[in-house]
Ligand binder design. Structure first.
Ligand code: RAM
Length: 360
């Protein structure tokens, strides 16, 4: 039976029976279909760096939130890379950044459709685990990007930069802008977001340094990556804390909404704002004096690296173990670090001097 017809049969089986049953019935056949040495090595749990890059694969992208410009750019980067590699791209996802059940059901759908790999940005670290493990049992490679799940629930995580680089620099920028003194708050995304929570932990750790003894973190607020909620949370922070000197918002949706609120208020330029934003969203707030500096990485490169990692995994060139290396096209060679983490690079700081040089 050809792989496509096996897949159709299995998908039909999965639709009428429990997924686990279909997985048992179909798992062996799919593996037998792997003819190349790289595939065999990978099936035996070993990477074969010389295995041929497979074509005709399907990689499903499942961002934290569709219609979030950050993920639109990231996923376009993935789509472009997959086209170059001769594979197919599809994107599914929820429009709310806090719809964990929706994300779970999308993982299940992609599993039933027997895609070759899934690139997912997890809204919650643990909630997707069962579904992702089921996908892996079905021979689907799992790459998390942007926001991780637990390490045993995926093959590799593409991290935008180290949490240290992202968390500490935001505190350093804020401290500089408020002259190392005063009350500050954080406006985050969803309360469960793995990436924002990791960065906030590092921010708190950085704040322990005695040089910040006069800075007080008074609140962490959550805007859920919802523009309206983030706007209202900013307003609430300023009402509750009239002495607030600055807000750090480590989310592109949050920082934009906070900038929008501040720029139309008496606090413009007085209450400092920094965090993670896209140059296209933040340009006007840098130019009108609401924001001095913020940072981010190139989301398109993050999506591209997620796609290339997914294909390298599905081709058997890597398995996700520490120390394995692979070629990510023009992006160069990447090495897998501890716990299957692959670091994209370092974030870029944007100010009035360079913000016009970027278009994303
Ligand atoms: C938002 C999302 C995403 C985060 C960026 C910085 O778009 O929360 O997960 O990485 O901000």
């Amino acid at each position: 039976m050809r792989k496509s017809s096996i897949r159709r049969t299995c998908a039909a089986l999965a639709a009428v029976t429990s997924l686990a049953l279909a997985a048992t019935a179909c798992g062996g056949t799919t593996k037998e279909d792997v003819k190349d040495e790289g595939g065999k090595a990978a099936a035996a749990g070993k990477a074969d760096p010389n295995a041929e890059t497979k074509k005709g694969l399907t990689v499903g992208f499942l961002p934290k939130q569709v219609n979030n410009p950050y993920f639109t750019v990231a996923d376009k980067g993935g789509e472009k890379a997959l086209k170059e590699l001769g594979s197919s791209y599809k994107e599914v996802g929820t429009s709310s950044g806090t719809d964990t059940a929706g994300q779970v059901s999308y993982v299940n759908t992609l599993t039933q459709q027997q895609v070759d790999a899934i690139a997912v940005s997890a809204q919650d670290p643990g909630a997707l685990c069962t579904a992702l493990k089921q996908a892996m049992k079905n021979d689907i490679k799992i790459v998390t990007y942007d926001s991780d799940t637990n390490p045993e629930c995926r093959n590799a995580f593409i991290s935008q930069a180290s949490s240290d680089d992202i968390g500490r620099t935001q505190v350093q920028q804020m401290a500089e802008q408020i002259g190392n003194k005063g009350e500050i708050a954080i406006l985050s995304a969803a309360q469960t977001a793995t990436n924002q929570n990791a960065w906030i932990e590092i921010m708190k750790d950085e704040l322990k340094d005695p040089k910040y003894k006069d800075i007080k973190l008074v609140k962490v607020a959550y805007g859920d990556d919802d523009a309206q909620k983030s706007f209202q949370q900013t307003q609430g922070l300023l009402q509750e804390h009239p002495n607030l000197k600055g807000i750090i918002s480590p989310t592109t949706v949050g920082i934009k909404a906070a900038a929008q609120y501040l720029s139309g208020s008496k606090y413009k330029g007085k209450v400092k704002l920094t965090g993670l934003g896209t140059p296209n969203d933040m340009r006007k707030y840098v130019k009108n004096g609401t924001v001095e500096a913020f940072e981010l990485w190139d989301p398109a490169k993050l999506g591209e690296l997620a796609a290339r990692t997914a294909v390298a995994l599905a081709s058997g060139q890597i398995t996700g173990k520490e120390g394995e290396t692979f070629e990510a096209g023009a992006m160069g060679e990447y090495t897998i670090g501890k716990d299957g983490v692959i670091n994209l690079g370092k974030p870029t700081v944007f100010t009035a001097d360079n913000v016009d040089q970027f278009d994303f």
